[in-house]
Write a protein that binds this ligand. Structure first.
Ligand code: ADP
Ligand code: MG
Length: 313
């Protein structure tokens, strides 16, 4: 998940420069291969037997949010919403959630407010909170784990050449809000940053439309699209003129900013995509590019740059 880029600037420069993705690649190499039909590390959710999905995402104070800017009810809502977004990214339906929370002392009412946001999200998206763990800690820390199911889970790895790349909605609103908050200005798009909506219906519509690869845009289009290219072994040509930029955001924020939680997917038949989304009563996704046989990810005639990655050292 993306974080506050301002905090990244305040941290010391990494010594070796290793980022989270290099660590995840090394970890993946050390894990045993999953049984046939299952997918473990490397996708938005792990797929277990019979299409059962499991995913976890963490929200840490000072890294993923600042309490000065975010209401605890919103923090609770977002902690579950970003996990449900990973279920959406597989074309899945949520089943249940557990929440582990570390609470700093001296903030009365915090636990109940977080819970109110979690419960609101759980009810809205039909994913009951069934348990968890509670501790004290130096900072607020929330880890949510969700389970779900998908009859045909859509992985990041299934894209072939000659397909269309789609996103389910306008991008950049969360990054625009963060930029305003950092500048001490009112953020008109703050709701996008604090209350992302998991695109569960869209994920299922994309699956019905024959989506071959899919993920949710948590770290920014520029970073996340490379996961599809790498996992699928395809190149991707993005068309800068077709990126849907959210009102109040700029094109660089739409491409490089994180926390959008729209879905990005590839599919061979754009007409089938339009029909499936119309049937599902969902906003028509935007076609933003095409997959090619090989090569990197390009943005117009430039290599694609930007996006978020946690630096580990
Ligand atoms: P997402 O943004 O969809 O939540 P991440 O980029 O956080 O995905 O993670 C990419 C992949 O690496 C996922 O499959 C996730 O399960 C796995 N992963 C990340 N961190 C760890 C870890 N510490 N241990 C095991 N797997 C991890
Ligand atoms: Mg994801």
């Amino acid at each position: 998940m993306a974080t506050d880029p301002n905090l990244r600037r305040e941290r010391p420069e990494p010594v070796s420069g290793e980022g989270e993705f290099a660590f995840i690649d090394r970890l993946a190499e050390r894990l045993p291969s999953p049984p046939a039909g299952q997918t473990w590390i490397g996708d938005d959710c792990a797929v277990l037997a019979d299409g059962r999905l499991i995913a976890t995402d963490l929200l840490v104070e000072g890294v993923h949010f600042r309490s000065a800017w975010a209401d605890p009810v919103d923090i609770g809502f977002k902690a579950l919403a970003v996990n449900l977004s990973d279920i959406a990214a597989m074309g899945g339906t949520p089943e249940a959630a557990v929440v582990a929370v570390a609470l700093p002392t001296g903030r009365p009412g915090l636990a109940d407010e977080l819970l109110a946001g979690l419960m609101e999200c759980a009810e809205r998206f039909g994913c009951p909170l069934v348990g968890g763990d509670t501790s004290t800690g130096p900072d607020l820390f929330l880890a949510v784990t969700v389970t779900g199911t998908a009859t045909t889970p859509v992985l990041r790895s299934g894209a072939g050449p000659g397909e269309t790349v789609f996103v389910t909605g306008p991008l950049g609103a969360a990054a625009a809000a963060l930029a305003h908050l950092e500048a001490g200005e009112p953020a008109t798009t703050a709701v996008a940053l604090h209350r992302p909506l998991p695109r569960l219906g869209e994920g299922r519509a994309a699956t019905e439309a024959g989506a071959t690869a899919m993920l949710d845009l948590s770290d920014g289009l520029a970073v996340d699209i490379r996961h599809i290219a790498k996992a699928s072994g395809v190149g991707i040509e993005l068309d800068p003129d077709r990126i849907p930029v959210a009102e109040g955001a700029t094109l660089p924020q739409a491409v490089g900013g994180g926390d959008d939680y729209e879905l990005c997917f590839t599919a061979p038949d754009p007409d089938r995509v339009r029909a499936a989304f119309e049937r599902a009563g969902r906003r028509e996704p935007s076609a933003i590019g095409v997959t090619i046989t090989d090569g990197d990810v390009t943005f117009g005639d430039q290599p694609l740059e930007g996006g978020w990655e946690h630096r580990l050292r």
